[in-house]
Ligand binder design. Structure first.
Ligand code: AMO
Length: 444
């Protein structure tokens, strides 16, 4: 008999079915056993007598009949809550060892290190799965939005020869006899490709050797990068980004109602237009609101980001806000200084619910100015030869942005730690499992 998916069982009352899946929970009431079976489409209650012993999370095959539940036993919280499966035969396909914790609860209630150390198991929980279903929708919506505007997807390399974003947050790779790095950003490649396709995007892993442990930093990030040419100004970049972000929200709203409700999450509030402030204006507001004088600072500290987001929600009814005109010398070499005051650049961050979601802006496209910046920023021309080559032969005025998929997911769902929004998070203390537990194992 063909396999029936759990979501199809309510349509098959009175019919025999063959189901396959995982044992979500087992409740043994002496002779009669209740077993919740889970597959990729949902959960259904199965009932049987004299069943073989079966442990939670085992993979099983159940042959049985779909029956209507008596009125008072209907479970309104379950999509299959009006029916159940009368088990005729249960076969264990792959037994599960004893679980280290109870997986059958609505919430896992585990400390984060445990949740992550047992990732292959904890991801089986429906709330954990929901996070990555939402993330998949976010990423696909990003792609879809840009395809609709004629962007083409490219595959960004992970091994690179120069550090486009500057700074020490880079992993050096032992690359035969040469220096190489794990990509911090596909920045130089996406800009270069504007000289070829006009409009490009990529969904790729980027690597940051973040030396500290925070709730918003990972060492490996899924970056949603877009770049396009023939812009009239940096405002075109903001407009494109706002379109993409709104598109993402509307797809999540359409496709993830169930997942959002598991987290009691509501999509970020947006007015007709996402507010935009220059860094200086934001600092002035923060000073007025808190008395903290950050007006001479070169960037926004985490508490400033939180404060300006609070302002944005209170004063503009927006969970998101664009901040532009960051200090040129604090930004990478490719930023476009504002001709009216070159101390500040046409660079834009998008902040959401208290945290930076993206960076972007207009880029330099004049070859001579790029060379000047390369020198000033202390880069070696030979390390970015391919990028320079592209601009030597003409690239239109361009700009773009990159959203961190984990940050977007985290703040849409209201997760407390970015690690929860990364399916296999990496940080300075973890690759798969905690590195400290590995060295304990080695020495024992
Ligand atoms: P930036 O370095 O700001 O910009 O990175 C873009 C976005 O990527 C995410 N992100 C991170 N998320 C978690 N942990 C990290 N360690 C981390 N680092 C970055 C954030 C951030 O806003 N080339 C530019 C983008 C551009 O101008 O197009 C860049 O890399 O959400």
């Amino acid at each position: 008999m063909e396999r029936t998916l759990i979501s199809d069982t309510p349509k098959k009352v009175g019919e025999p079915v063959r189901l396959e899946g995982w044992v979500n929970t087992v409740r043994d009431h002496g002779k009669i056993t209740f077993l919740d079976l889970r597959d990729r489409t949902g959960i259904v209650q199965c009932v049987g007598t004299a069943l073989p012993k079966v442990s939670p999370e085992s993979v099983v095959e159940i042959a049985g009949k779909v029956t209507r539940r008596p009125e008072k036993l209907i479970n309104p919280n379950l999509e299959t809550g009006k029916i159940e499966i009368q088990i005729e035969n249960l076969k264990v396909i792959s037994p599960a060892a004893e679980l280290p914790f109870d997986m059958g609860q609505e919430d896992l209630n585990l400390d984060l290190p445990i949740l992550l150390d047992y990732r292959s198991l904890t991801l089986r929980h429906k709330k954990q799965q929901a996070i990555f279903k939402v993330q998949a929708v976010i990423i696909e919506a990003f792609r879809d939005a840009l395809r609709k505007k004629d962007f083409i997807e490219f595959q960004a390399p992970s091994i690179i020869s120069a550090v486009p974003e500057g700074g020490a947050e880079v992993f050096k790779v032992d690359y035969f006899d040469h220096d190489a790095y794990l990509s911090q950003s596909p920045q130089l490649y996406k800009s270069l490709l504007v000289g070829i396709f006009e409009r490009v995007f990529s969904v790729n892993q980027i690597f940051r050797a973040e030396p500290s442990v925070t709730t918003r930093h990972l060492t490996e990030v899924t970056s949603l990068d877009a770049e396009f040419g023939f812009i009239d100004s940096w405002k075109d970049v903001i407009e494109m980004e706002e379109y993409v972000v709104r598109y993402i929200f509307s797809e999540v709203e359409k496709k993830c109602a169930k997942e959002l409700s598991l987290f009691n999450a509501t999509l970020p509030k947006l007015p007709d237009q996402i507010p935009l402030l220059k860094l200086k204006e934001a600092q002035e507001i923060i000073y007025k609101r808190t008395g903290r004088d950050v007006r001479t600072e070169k960037d926004l500290a985490p508490e400033d980001e939180r404060e300006i987001c609070k302002w944005s929600l209170e004063e503009k009814g927006s969970d998101l806000i664009f901040i532009s005109h960051f200090v040129t010398k604090k930004k990478p070499f490719y930023v476009y200084p504002d001709p009216e005051d070159p101390t500040y650049a046409f660079s834009v961050d998008l902040l959401g619910r208290g945290v930076e979601w993206s960076s972007g802006g207009q880029r330099l496209n004049d070859y001579k100015t790029i060379l000047e910046h390369v020198k000033e920023w202390g880069l070696k021309e030979k390390d970015i030869e391919l990028y320079l080559q592209s601009f030597r032969y003409g690239v239109p005025p361009l700009g773009g942005f990159a959203l961190g998929a984990e940050r977007v997911t985290m703040h849409i769902l209201g997760l407390k730690n970015i690690r929860e929004a990364s399916i296999f998070p990496r940080d300075m203390e973890r690759i798969d499992v905690r590195l400290s537990t590995l060295s304990e194992k080695e020495s024992s």
